[in-house]
Design a protein around this ligand. Sequence first.
Ligand code: ADP
Ligand code: MG
Length: 444
Amino acid sequence: MENENWNKICAHLSKEISQDDFEMWIRPIELISFTESELIVSVQNSFFRDNILNRFKTKIESAIKKLFKLKVYIEVRIAKNSNTKTNHTSKKHKTAKVETTKQNKTSEVKYSFKNFITGPNNELAYAAAKRISNSPGEQYNPFFYYGNTGLGKTHLLQAISYEAKKKNADLNIIYVTSEKFLDEFVNAIQKKRVNQFRAKYRPADILLIDDVHFYEGKDGIQNELFNTFNLLIHSKKQMVFTSDRPPKELRGVEERLIGRFSQGLVADIKPPLFETRKAILKQKMVDKKIKIEPDVLTFLAENITTNVRTLEGAVEKIELLQNLKNRLLNVEEVRTQLEDVLDIGNIKKLITGPDILREIADYYSISVGDLKSKSRKKNIAKPRQMGMYLMRELTSLSLIEIGYEFGGRNHATVVHACSNISGELKSKPSLRTDYEQLYKRLSK
Ligand code: ADP
Ligand code: MG
């Protein structure tokens, strides 16, 4: 009889609230007893209890009033067999915590802020990531950053997780790849355990989802993610997403989800500039305890430009070969051994000094003659310096040859120009834009 009455209450509620809410919150409720004075039910953990009390208690009360003309006291207990008292001591929660801790232990060496090298290409994403790990949920929510493969997106995500955990061990931090999140969801549906899936992700204090471009064209999970998102944002929990492209360029992703992705901070990670590539190589040598000739290091930084993972792979390959030969490799040996991964080599063969002069002149609306002239006017001197920098980066010309291209300047002038631009690229966003535009045009 009690069960039958409870079913009536459920049927009534199902008309009052959305189907999603009903499936999520009401369906899993187990009836313990229903008398004239009280309704006692149980749920699997405190997360469910709190949400039900906050959001549905009045609805349940009015359903009972309407159906049975009763005013009852409602008590929501936590099921004994779920071995839970509070969220923090729940078994499931503990398992999740162990997982994260384990993951953090391994990422301590591999992926932290300390060994993430910053440059103009990634400093905004880095700064936001750091701030989030210090005060999750307070700013930049969600934080969405994107960039091509091998540029450190996962590294940064793991660093947030590690750092936030170090600051506050009580936080429930969940890192998951989009693929795993989808797999688990599909599995949960098949086994009719969607509630368990939700009970795992929805209590997160920080939810980090890697590579969301994976969801392009996958409808069911988008809906689930949308609901999870709303719930977490509503309770000021931090979410971070990565992708290989900006939200608005995601195809086959619902507009409302794209809107959610874009509503906090969106930042990009670009390929690192030469100086940053060098610093990354040095860091990898320290991490992996590898020795490399300084000019081999410069050679790698000059010739592997678009993917940090490839840089890292090159260092590992060099180490292997050096171990075999029991000595350090020189540049020529590295050039032959790593031919397949040297991407800029091809561009270098194609771009000439005059190409760069023409492109620079065109971009800044001056003439090639101006670039070669003695003029020190700022609107000519700055493009000239940029030209020297690009020539250093995109061709194999020596400093002397570069000086020659610019009307016979000496090599010290070229060195000065390159270091000047390299410094300003870090502090002047407009110059950086110029550089990126020119780089793009030239490497086409
Ligand atoms: P993504 O997720 O963007 O494909 P990863 O985070 O997996 O890239 O990075 C690939 C490799 O390059 C990792 O080993 C990572 O440590 C390294 N890496 C990328 N960017 C940096 C950086 N700025 N400083 C140090 N290492 C980096
Ligand atoms: Mg990744």
